[in-house]
Design a protein around this ligand. Sequence first.
Ligand SMILES: C[S@@+](CC[C@H](N)C(=O)[O-])C[C@H]1O[C@@H](n2cnc3c(N)ncnc32)[C@H](O)[C@@H]1O
Length: 284
Amino acid sequence: MNQLFSEHFRRNADSRDSWKCFSEHRQRVTELLLSLESPSYERLCILGAGNCNDIDLRQLLQKYHEIHLVDIDETALLSGIQMQCGKMPGNITLHTGIDLTGIGQPLEAWKAGLSGGEAAFQELLSQAAVATFDQLPKDCNVVASIGLLTQLFDCGVLSLGPSHERLAELLVCLRHRHLCLLAETLCSGGTAALVTDFVASTTLPDLPKIAAEQLASYLSAAIAAGNFFTGANPQAIHATLLHDAKLAPLFEQIRIHPPWRWNFGPRVYAVCAVEARRSSTPVA
Ligand SMILES: C[S@@+](CC[C@H](N)C(=O)[O-])C[C@H]1O[C@@H](n2cnc3c(N)ncnc32)[C@H](O)[C@@H]1O
């Protein structure tokens, strides 16, 4: 068992009973997924669905004909569905055990001290950049990555260690591959929503109590002061989708939704969604 994935299984087990606590966050995410525009609502794919505490499956099943749930943790997906739907609905398909970093094995080898140094680091970046995810559904009308990006980053942090001098480079590489994956999963005209936490009350202690109407400006100031998770700055994600040579032709109508709070229990996260429409340009 990959030790990096075991850590995610442990975290999912810890937050399995957070249905009530996540209620406001779940409402925001579900409303977003119900409001996204797409030529049709045949197929929705959710990356990082985990315990499904942040999506209301019954509401989503009223709009989308097929729902594909993707996560490394099969137990989390099964227990989430059982909690919300009882038995498995025929139009939900699970894609479990898929490592969405694409480099879980080399990251584990690095963590175990079996690998390291400049050449191995370059190899990690190259492998992350060309990782393939053939088992995932294609031609989706909507794809949403929910709370996953920072967990993919955590695979890198747990492997290299938080103070590795080139950690940020790895995280940006993982982010770029993840944004490409969103494009690969969509049909032309389909919509991607990247929902990500980007800072927590751990470094922003007033986050839980700031008035709702001040939240956006409060968080803009935090970002301007550099107080956000490395790689998860929504403005940098927006700029990457707009200007990156590979990504920019794949997306149009890119926008950031106003942020909201995710009460996680032990801490509160600030969350935002970056939405983008898939253009008709084929992925190179
Ligand atoms: C913070 S959770 C998202 C919240 C989740 N939707 C819920 O309600 O429980 C992030 C999810 O990412 C998954 N994950 C972490 N690393 C992964 C990887 N390398 N590949 C695929 N999924 C991964 C975890 O198993 C977890 O379910």
